[in-house]
Design a binder for this molecule. Structure first.
Ligand code: PTJ
Length: 245
């Protein structure tokens, strides 16, 4: 796929970039996804391209919230599908939660390509957007959802969300867990839990965190969730970016 030597100091970052480019070439990722990725790269650089303590706290709380959920759903867009297809499938299986394709830049063909890609990576069932179920408070393509998926969900896990839908889901009294490298984004501020980290690092960590917590009682899980403040986490992330911690 590429000829980047392993010794290159930016080997990891360049490989992730290649995965996004491949996503565009395969018709999975939107061309706009390249711009979104570049923005993510800049923020990743500012947090040292490492999972920081504020992300670890958010991951633990996200694991607890997902385990407490009655109907968790994993929303998948073009960037997430290109970067972490195996992990999305594994998360779905671990939680017994459906994956649902939901994209911002409308394209029936791309929705199908994402579905095929996830099935190829081992997904059992991938829900698709429908005209029968629509989210309130939002006008973009992301309003079209599946009646048995996002429409019915109490907790929606959305790596790389856009602010509008996050707001709409919250207004519909759903909890939103997002992964967003930008702690200043509208999504980061509106979500119930924001994991400020790269999706390629955060998702394996989330799966790893869920496994031992599966044995924890609901009381313990509820304590983890109630002790969490997303505002504090975002402040910590901002301090890290400013070099204050
Ligand atoms: O496939 P579609 O049509 O749904 O489009 C997906 C994108 C991501 C293009 C679309 O939702 C979009 O334009 O998103 P935004 O509004 O640009 O927001 C993307 C956010 O994700 C930004 O705040 C980026 O900093 C962040 N981001 C980008 N890459 C990563 C990331 N966060 C975590 N991990 C990344 N790898």
């Amino acid at each position: 796929m590429n000829d980047i030597p392993k010794s290159h100091p930016r080997y990891m970052s360049l490989n992730i970039r290649d995965a996004i480019v491949a996503g565009v070439e395969q018709g999975i990722t939107s061309i706009h996804g390249l711009i979104a990725h570049g923005r993510g790269e800049a923020f990743d650089y500012l947090i040292g391209e490492k999972t920081q303590s504020f992300a670890i706290k958010a991951v633990r709380t996200a694991a607890a919230m997902l385990l407490l959920a009655e109907h968790p759903v994993i929303s998948v867009n073009g960037n997430a599908a290109a970067l972490v297809p195996d992990e999305l499938v594994k998360l779905g299986k671990t939680l017994n939660a459906p994956l649902e394709v939901n994209i911002f830049h409308a394209s029936g063909e791309r929705e199908q390509a994402i579905q095929r890609h996830l099935l190829k990576h081992g997904a059992v069932q991938v829900l698709m957007p429908t005209k029968q179920a629509q989210l309130l408070f939002i006008d973009s393509n992301r309003k079209f959802v599946h009646p048995e998926g996002i429409f019915k969900a109490d907790v929606v896990f959305v790596p790389l969300e856009d602010g509008d839908r996050c707001e709409a889901l919250r207004k519909m009294h759903k909890d939103v867990i997002t992964i967003d490298l930008n702690p200043m984004s509208r999504t980061a501020k509106r979500a119930s839990i924001t994991i400020v980290d790269n999706v390629v690092r955060a998702l394996p960590l989330l799966i790893q965190e869920i496994q031992p917590l599966q044995k924890a009682s609901p009381t313990v899980l509820k304590e983890i969730v109630s002790g969490y403040s997303n505002e504090d986490i975002l402040q910590d992330a901002l301090q890290c970016i400013r070099g204050e911690q």
